[in-house]
Design a protein around this ligand. Structure first.
Ligand code: ZN
Length: 579
C-alpha cells in the first residue's frame, strides 16, 4: 500500500508531545475547506487529480483529528484544567458535523468514475469501510442517533450516583473494590453482596434504560433497511467478512473446548485456596499468598520495559526509544489525572500516545505490554497515507495488544523476579476464565436481545442466566437471589454503550494464543510474523490480515482447539505449590 506525505510532521523528527501546538479549529473555515476539497475531488478528471484532492481531504482530517486528540489527552492529563476541558467538549460537539463531512467523502469515493483505479491503488478495504459506514447513516435517523447516544451515556451517570451502605458508611462502587478481594472470606462475601445491592437498588431504572436503548437501536436499524440491530451493529464495527452465524459457530467451539478447561482451572483454584467449593466471591482470589507484585516503583517498571523492548528486537527497541524521546508516555499517577488507561493515535502527527495511572500492582506491567502493544502497531503502520489503515478494526487491534502481552513473557522476570510464573499464570487464567467466555456470553446474549427486541426485562435476565450456565457451569452464587435470577450483566457498561463489541476480545485472544504457540516453538519467526501483522495495520479485513501471516481464522473448525493446546501444556507443567 502506498505511503504519502500528508502528515503535519514528518516521521523521525523529534518533537515533544508537550510542545505540540494546539489551536481550536475554526469550524466554519474547516467545513468550507473540506467542501472545497470535496468538489475538487468530484471535478477532477484524472487519477492524479483525484489523488491530489484525496490527499487534501486526508490532510484536513489529520488536522481535525490531531487537535481533537491533543485536547482529549491534555484534558485527561489534568481534568481540573478548564481550558482543555472546554476544548475537549468543543470537539465532542463538532464530531457530528465532522462525521457528516466524512460521510460525504465516502459517498464521493464510492460513486467516482475512477473507482476501479483508486481501488487498485489503495486497496479494497477503504471502499468496504466506506460502504459500511454509509449504510449506518441517513438523515432520517439523525434524531434517533442523538437519542441513542444520550441514553447510552445515562448508564455511567446512574452508576456514578449509586451508593450503598458498607462498613459503616455510604460508598460508591470504586470504594467497594478493595473489599471485594479481601483475604477475609466473610468480608469479601459481604462486599460482593453490597455490590449486588447497588445493582438491585437501581434495577428498575437500568432495566427501563436498556429497554429504551434496544428500542431506539431497533428503530434506527429498521429505518436504515436492516432486519434488526445486528446488521447495523456489524456495519458500525466495520465487520466485513463474517456474520452472526459464523460467530455462533465460534461460540460453540469455545463452549466445547474452553468451558471444560475453565471448570478444571476453577477446581484447581479451590484446591490451591484450600476451599471445599469455590463461591462467586472467591473467584478473584487466585493465590492464598496474594498476587505477584512488581518490584520497584514506576521508574523501575519503565527501566525494565526499556531493557525488554531493546532486547526483544531492533524494531521494538527503536519504538520504545521513540516513545520516550518524544514524550509520548504519561504513566505515573498525579493529582488531577483521569483514572484511566488508553493508547490514542494522534492523527496528522501519526504517533501513538500511551496514558495510564500506575498503582503499584501488576496492572502497571499490563499497561507496559497491552497498551504498548496497541502503540507498537500504530508506530509500525504510521506511514499509511490512508488514515483508515493506521487504526484497525477492534478485533484486529486487540490482537496487537494481547499478543504483545504474550511476546513479553521471556522478560517478565525483570518485573517480577521469581514471581514471574505467578504473573504469567494469573494473566493466562484471567484470559481463559474471564476474557474469552465473557466476550462469548455477551455476544450470545446480545444476539438474542436484538433478535427479540420486544422481550421483557425478566426474559432478558432469564436468557442471561441460561447462557451463564452454559459457559460457566461451575458458577456458585451461594444463594444470592439477584444473581441467581440473571442480574449480573447489568454491571457491564458494554451492553449499554458499546453494543456487540465484547466478542472482539474473544476472537483476538484466540489469535493471540496462536502467536503464543508459535513463539514457544520459534520466537524469532513468531516475532517477525507479529511485526508484519502490525505493519499491515487496518489495511485489510480481519480474515485477510490473519491469512497474510498464516494464522487460522477463529471461524475455521478446529481453530480454538489448536490455539489452546500450547496454553494448556504450559498450565499443566507450571509449579503452583508455593502460591
Ligand atoms: Zn486493548
Amino acid at each position: 500500500m502506498g505511503t504519502g506525505d500528508n502528515n503535519i510532521k514528518e516521521g523521525g523528527n523529534r518533537e515533544l508531545f508537550a510542545n505540540y501546538q494546539y489551536q481550536r479549529l475554526n469550524m466554519e473555515e474547516y467545513v468550507r475547506d473540506f467542501k472545497k476539497a470535496l468538489s475538487r475531488f468530484g471535478e477532477a478528471d484524472s487519477i492524479e487529480g483525484k489523488n491530489k484532492a484525496l490527499q487534501e481531504i486526508n490532510r484536513l482530517r489529520g488536522e481535525f483529528g490531531a487537535m481533537k486528540t491533543i485536547a482529549f489527552i491534555r484534558h485527561s492529563q489534568d481534568v481540573e484544567d478548564e481550558y482543555y476541558s472546554q476544548e475537549n467538549d468543543f470537539f465532542y460537539g463538532a464530531a457530528r458535523e465532522h462525521e457528516e463531512l466524512i460521510s460525504e467523502h465516502y459517498r464521493a469515493l464510492l460513486s467516482t468514475e475512477f473507482r476501479e483505479e483508486l481501488q487498485e491503488q489503495w486497496g479494497e478495504q477503504l471502499f468496504e469501510l466506506a460502504r459500511q459506514s454509509r449504510s449506518t447513516f441517513a438523515p432520517e435517523v439523525a434524531d434517533d442517533l442523538q437519542e441513542e447516544s444520550r441514553l447510552a451515556g445515562e448508564y455511567m451517570n446512574i452508576m456514578a450516583r449509586a451508593r450503598v451502605r458498607f462498613a459503616g458508611r455510604e460508598r460508591n462502587i470504586m470504594e467497594l473494590n478493595p473489599y471485594l478481594e479481601s483475604p477475609e472470606r466473610a468480608t469479601r462475601k459481604k462486599a460482593h453482596a453490597a455490590l449486588t445491592r447497588i445493582l438491585a437498588q437501581n434495577e428498575e431504572q437500568l432495566d427501563q434504560l436498556f429497554h429504551n436503548l434496544v428500542g431506539v437501536r431497533h428503530r434506527i436499524a429498521r429505518e436504515l433497511g436492516f432486519d434488526n440491530f445486528l446488521g447495523l451493529g456489524y456495519a458500525r464495527l466495520g465487520r466485513s467478512d463474517y456474520t452472526p452465524a459464523m460467530v455462533a459457530d465460534f461460540r460453540e467451539q469455545v463452549q466445547q473446548h474452553i468451558t471444560p478447561l475453565i471448570v478444571e482451572l476453577r477446581a484447581r483454584q479451590a484446591r490451591r485456596l484450600g476451599l471445599d467449593s469455590l463461591k462467586y466471591y472467591d473467584e478473584d482470589i487466585k493465590f492464598s499468598g496474594g498476587n505477584a507484585v512488581p518490584r520497584g516503583g514506576p521508574a523501575e517498571i519503565i527501566a525494565s520495559s526499556r531493557i525488554m523492548y531493546r532486547e526483544m528486537s531492533r524494531e521494538s527497541g527503536e519504538f520504545f526509544q521513540f516513545m520516550e524521546e518524544n514524550g509520548l508516555l504519561d504513566l505515573e499517577d498525579r493529582d488531577n489525572k483521569a483514572k484511566m488507561g488508553y493508547c490514542a493515535t494522534i492523527p496528522g502527527y501519526r504517533v501513538p500516545f500511551v496514558f495510564a495511572t500506575f498503582n503499584g500492582t501488576s496492572y502497571d506491567v499490563g499497561v507496559m505490554t497491552h497498551e504498548l502493544g496497541h502503540a507498537f502497531q500504530a508506530y509500525c503502520s504510521r506511514d499509511f497515507s490512508i488514515p483508515e489503515y493506521i487504526d484497525a478494526t477492534a478485533e484486529v487491534s486487540e490482537i496487537h495488544a494481547l499478543t504483545m502481552e504474550l511476546m513479553a513473557w521471556p522478560w517478565l522476570h525483570l518485573f517480577f523476579g521469581e514471581d514471574a510464573d505467578k504473573y504469567r499464570f494469573a494473566s493466562l487464567t484471567d484470559a481463559i476464565n474471564l476474557g474469552l467466555p465473557i466476550g462469548v456470553m455477551g455476544d450470545e446474549f446480545q444476539q438474542w436481545i436484538y433478535e427479540n427486541p420486544a422481550a421483557r426485562p425478566e426474559e432478558r435476565k432469564e436468557a442471561w442466566r441460561e447462557i451463564e450456565k452454559k459457559y460457566w457451569p461451575y458458577k456458585d452464587y451461594d444463594g444470592n437471589e439477584f444473581l441467581e435470577q440473571g442480574g449480573w450483566w447489568l454491571k457491564f457498561v458494554h451492553f449499554f454503550q458499546f453494543p456487540l463489541y465484547l466478542i472482539d476480545y474473544s476472537l483476538a485472544q484466540i489469535c493471540a494464543f496462536q502467536f503464543f504457540g508459535k513463539s514457544r516453538e520459534d520466537y524469532p519467526q513468531a516475532w517477525a510474523d507479529y511485526v508484519s501483522f502490525c505493519k499491515a495495520g487496518g489495511s485489510a479485513s480481519f480474515s485477510r490480515l490473519l491469512q497474510k501471516v498464516g494464522l487460522q481464522s477463529p471461524f475455521e473448525p478446529g481453530c480454538v482447539a489448536g490455539a489452546i493446546r500450547p496454553v494448556v501444556s504450559w498450565l499443566e507443567e507450571v509449579d503452583e505449590k508455593d502460591w
